[in-house]
Design a protein around this ligand. Structure first.
Ligand code: URA
Length: 201
C-alpha cells in the first residue's frame, strides 16, 4: 500500500489543519477508520485535555470522548466548573487525542502511529495556546513529555510542555477499571486548578 507521508503542518490554521487530518493516510489506521476525530471545544480555551485515541463511539460520532470514558471525563470536568459546551474561554476546554484515528479493537497505539500523528497534536496546542494541559494516560504523556515513566511516577507535580504547565493524570478508561485511583485523579484536577490560579495571579 502506498501511503502519503505525514503532511507538514507548520503554520497551518484551523481549517487547513482539520482538512489535513481528515485526509491523512500516513499510517495504516486510515484503512480501518470510519472517520478521523479531530478535536472539540473552544479554540481559545484556557484548558486543553489530551487523551489517547478514538474508541468505537468516537469513530462513529467524530468527536473525542463521547463513550463511557467521555461520560466520566465530562463529570470530572463538571466537578471543577468546566465544560466542552459553549462557555467562556475560562470555563471551556479543548479536547484532543494523541491519535486521530481509531486503532482496531481499541488496541494500544503503535510508536509509528504516534510519531505520524504527533504533528497534528503539536499544532493544535500551538493554535489553542492553553494555559494548562491535562495529559490523560500514558500515550498522551509519551507524546507530550517524551517520558515512558508510569503515570503513578509522573503525577502529583507540575510539568511543562512548550512553556505551558502540564498535569499528568490517569486515563478515564483506566479509572473506570480502577476505582481506587479516582481519589488520585481528583487530586490531579485540584493541582491543575491550583496551578492555573497561581499562574494568573
Ligand atoms: N479514549 C480516549 O483517549 N479518547 C477518546 O476520544 C475516547 C476514549
Amino acid at each position: 500500500v502506498v501511503r502519503d507521508r505525514a503532511v507538514g503542518v507548520e503554520g497551518m490554521g484551523w481549517e487547513a489543519l482539520r482538512e489535513a487530518v481528515a485526509g491523512c493516510r500516513a499510517c495504516k489506521l486510515c484503512e480501518g477508520r470510519r472517520q478521523t476525530v479531530f478535536g472539540v471545544g473552544n479554540a481559545s480555551a484556557h484548558w486543553m485535555i489530551v487523551g489517547e485515541a478514538p474508541g468505537e463511539q468516537e469513530d462513529r460520532q467524530g468527536e473525542p470522548f463521547v463513550g463511557k470514558s467521555g461520560q466520566l471525563l465530562d463529570n470530572m470536568l463538571r466537578a471543577i466548573g468546566l465544560t466542552r459546551e459553549e462557555a467562556d474561554a475560562a470555563q471551556q476546554v479543548y479536547i484532543a487525542n494523541t491519535l486521530k484515528c481509531r486503532p482496531p479493537g481499541n488496541r494500544n497505539p503503535e510508536p509509528e502511529e504516534l510519531a505520524q500523528c504527533e504533528p497534528f497534536l503539536i499544532r493544535q496546542v500551538e493554535l489553542v495556546r492553553p494555559r494548562i494541559i491535562l495529559a490523560m494516560g500514558r500515550f498522551a504523556v509519551q507524546s507530550l513529555l517524551r517520558s515512558h515513566e508510569p503515570i503513578g511516577k509522573l503525577r502529583g507535580r507540575v510539568h511543562h510542555y512548550q512553556g505551558v504547565p502540564l498535569i499528568v493524570t490517569y486515563h478515564p478508561a483506566y479509572l473506570l477499571r480502577n476505582l481506587d485511583d479516582k481519589a488520585k485523579a481528583w487530586d490531579d484536577l485540584c493541582l491543575a486548578v491550583h496551578t492555573l490560579k497561581s499562574a494568573s495571579r
